[in-house]
Ligand binder design. Structure first.
Ligand code: KPL
Length: 317
């Protein structure tokens, strides 16, 4: 099946590489011409969990070429639209320009799976793409980009859950097709009709680990090792879980243990937020802790810790 991967970051290249390796016809849409040229010419260098690295051929074009009308092969690829588009860009890149590019790419007959951290993007995408079947996804797979263009390392196995954003806007055949394709490519994928809950559970983990690793400049494993950091993690966890529960998250009895387990399972990893700060990139703070603060305001409860870490992280980049 034709699959468009939008975004050439670590998660995009990981999904593109594994799906192309499993025989799917994958096109990677990147933000720069330079990256698209490298991917088209040399393929994705995918380092698997066992350390073995392979070069995997994919098609690649830049997103700007979609709107420039000069796309040639890019235009042709977009016209014969894929059944599935997988959106892997960071939240901060979902702007008006990208929405136009997605309108062009989806051309009415595609389904779009969104794999972003945080909240806020699904409403924006639903408004911009009324004719597209929209699916929300949550992935716990770990990936790190090793160079600027094509080399990605798979750093951790984790489930990928996805489900329709609106119950009345889904296609059972299409979603089952994607599920089978993901499984045969090696993903631990599953369909869920509790996506809001899954998004909130992941948001809770990200809202505790990401800002504090960025502020303290620690790996995920080092974060809970100092008693004062652990205390702050716990307070941020309590505040965030109360806000998310007030907005309908089913409270998991073992929520705190889950946060600690993620720190242990990804002990040597640098969180995506710390990695953005170190590289001088914009972080997803506005859609993670900023998103939690926004929910709290809407519900009418206070969110002092989420407000504070949002302000602190914004000053790091
Ligand atoms: O999702 C993550 C991230 O870094 O964004 C965690 C779970 C914190 C793992 O690093």
């Amino acid at each position: 099946m034709k699959i468009h991967i939008v975004g050439g970051g670590a998660i995009g290249l990981l999904h593109a590489g594994l799906l192309a390796q499993a025989g799917q016809e994958v096109t990677v849409w990147t933000r720069t011409d330079e990256q698209a040229k490298r991917l088209q010419a040399e393929g994705i260098r995918l380092e698997m969990l066992d350390g073995v690295a392979r070069d995997i051929a994919v098609n690649s074009h830049s997103l700007p070429s979609l709107l420039a009308g000069q796309a040639g092969q890019a235009g042709a690829d977009a016209e014969h639209a894929a059944a599935w588009i997988i959106l892997t860009v960071k939240q901060c890149h979902i702007d008006e320009r990208l929405l136009h590019q997605l309108q062009r790419l989806s051309s009415g007959k595609s389904a779009l799976l969104c794999l972003q951290n945080g909240i806020g993007h699904m409403d924006k995408l639903a408004a911009a793409l009324p004719g597209t079947l929209l699916y929300a996804g949550v992935t716990s797979a770990g990936a790190r980009r090793i160079d600027d263009a094509r080399h990605v390392r798979h750093t951790g196995d984790g489930p990928l859950w996805f489900g329709a954003y609106a119950e009345d806007k889904k296609d059972d055949n299409l979603q089952n097709l994607l599920l089978n394709i993901l499984k045969s490519a090696g993903f631990r994928a599953g369909l869920s009709n509790e996506m809001k809950d899954r998004i909130y559970q992941k948001l809770l983990i990200n809202a505790v680990i990401n800002p504090l690793t960025a502020i303290y400049d620690t790996t995920n494993g080092e974060l809970p090792e100092h008693p004062s950091r652990l205390k702050l993690m716990r307070s941020l966890f309590e505040e965030t879980s109360a806000i998310l529960a007030a907005d309908g998250m089913k409270s998991a009895a073992d929520g705190w243990q889950l946060v600690m387990q993620v720190c242990a399972a990804t002990a040597t990893n640098v969180s995506s937020m710390l990695s953005d700060v170190r590289a001088g990139r914009h972080t997803e703070i506005d859609w993670i802790n900023g998103g939690v603060s926004g929910l709290a305001r809407r519900i009418g409860i206070a969110s002092p810790l989420n407000d504070a870490v949002t302000t602190l992280v914004k000053q790091l980049h």
